[in-house]
Design a protein around this ligand. Structure first.
Ligand code: NAD
Ligand code: MG
Length: 394
């Protein structure tokens, strides 16, 4: 059966892997590609749109529209630009949609896509972190299915097949530890953006790579797991596993641990979501256990990596605290990449903003709708940017 598919963020790391799998599974022979969206890499976007014969290609940035139009000339593929055009593209009916825009910008297109009642393959973890209840309620209202495309959450999803989630007593998220796993506090304080983006095991976009180095990624994933699986935050654990071969585990009431294993390749999670509830062969090499030799595990150090502690606070507070946490984190990330603050300042700033906001308003009692989430996101970005300036001045 032919399926209508769209990819939001097709030019990114997850997006390119998704295009790769569509190609591997027959490309235009198997899929009607509706919309592809990207950012500044319009040449790549146009190439993908031509190859997959998309209906529409959208760049997030109006200044790139002219180049995109030129690159698509004579193809009949519509070119468009800006957030409204991305929202309009999301409103085009699909059976399967990949949500792989980076950051909070991925929330709205994902929500709109849920209204088709099909499958939303969700790589954009920020959607669940900032607006988990809204995402789940929208999926339920329109009969849509959200499938996680984070390696950890996909691993847990797969381990849960045929199981009763009420018997799950542990959700163990594995973390590689990133490039700074063994760095001292002093070394972390001096870490540069170049060092932070160089992840040892996974080839990912810049923001998630830096978030992996700081453990903000794992913090987002703890919140993502709590929101998606609707579990007590107390059962969510993090374990450092430098080989990234065990993609996560669930523990049952009888003490059994079920793990998902494989080489570190996001096409496992994307492919599972693409073929669910079936499995198909994927162009991924087999795991050579003998060559690997050993799997290591160690407890995370929350002194050096405070985001894990902050995630627990956010999970307990619930409501809009995830939106506050994410907006502060994205702003602090931007300031770090612009060399306005140091690596450790990111967590310090997020903690500062989070505690100020939790004191200011009862985040739990506020309704979660898109406008409220986006307005909190904007306000917190402004407050965090002010805190960055104060930190620079001191
Ligand atoms: P990336 O930076 O490689 O790609 C992001 C994509 O989003 C690009 O197509 C970019 O053009 C687009 N984009 C960025 N900002 C935008 C905006 N404001 N408006 C519209 N489009 C915008 O990122 P990635 O690594 O592919 O990650 C994408 C999402 O998937 C993130 O939420 C990330 O946390 C999640 N994720 C990624 C991985 C991974 O291995 N890369 C793993 C798990 C989850
Ligand atoms: Mg992950």
């Amino acid at each position: 059966m032919r399926r209508r598919v769209s990819i939001f963020g097709s030019t990114g790391s997850i997006g390119c892997n998704t295009v790769d799998l569509l190609r591997h599974q027959g490309g235009v022979e198997s899929f009607d590609v509706i919309a592809l969206t990207g950012g500044a890499r319009v040449d790549l976007l146009a190439r993908q749109a031509r190859e997959l014969e998309a209906e529409i290609a959208v760049t997030a940035y109006p200044e790139h529209l002219k180049t995109l139009r030129q690159a698509l000339e004579g193809t009949g593929i519509k070119a468009a630009a800006g957030p409204e055009a991305i929202a309009e593209a999301a409103a085009r009916e699909t059976d399967w949609t990949m949500s792989a825009i980076g950051g909070c910008a991925g929330l709205e297109p994902g929500l709109i896509s849920l209204k088709h009642g099909g499958i939303l393959a969700l790589a954009n973890k920020e959607s669940l972190v900032t607006a988990g209840p809204l995402m789940l309620a929208t999926a339920q209202k329109y009969g849509a299915t959200i499938l996680p495309v984070d390696s950890e959450h996909s691993a847990i999803f797969q381990a849960l097949v045929g199981e009763d989630i009420s018997n799950v007593t542990r959700m163990i998220l594995t973390a590689s530890g990133g490039p700074f796993r063994n760095w001292s506090h002093a070394q972390l304080a001096a870490a540069t953006p170049e060092q932070a983006v160089a992840h040892p095991n996974w080839d990912m976009g810049k923001m998630i790579s830096v978030d992996s180095a700081s453990m903000f990624n794992k913090a987002l994933e703890m919140i993502e797991a709590k929101e998606f699986y609707q579990v007590d935050p107390k059962i969510i654990e993090v374990i450092i596993h430098p080989q990234s071969v065990v993609h996560s585990m669930i523990g049952h009431v009888d003490g059994t641990l079920m793990a998902h294993m494989g080489v570190p390749d996001m096409r496992f999670a994307i492919g599972y979501a693409l073929n669910w509830p079936k499995r198909r062969s994927l162009p991924i090499k087999n795991l050579d256990l003998a060559a690997l030799g050993a799997l290591e595990f160690e407890a995370p150090d929350e002194q050096r990596f405070p985001p894990l502690r902050l995630a627990r606070e956010v999970m307990m507070a619930g409501g809009l605290s995830g939106a506050v946490f994410n907006a502060a984190k994205e702003t602090a990330y931007g300031a770090f990449m612009a060399r306005q603050i140091g690596f450790l300042d990111m967590a310090a700033l997020v903690e500062q903003v989070l505690s100020a906001e939790i004191d200011l308003c009862d985040l739990k009692s506020t309704t979660i709708d898109l406008e409220t989430v986006l307005s909190v996101d904007q306000q917190v970005r402004i407050k965090t940017a002010e805190a960055v300036k104060l930190r620079q001045a001191s």
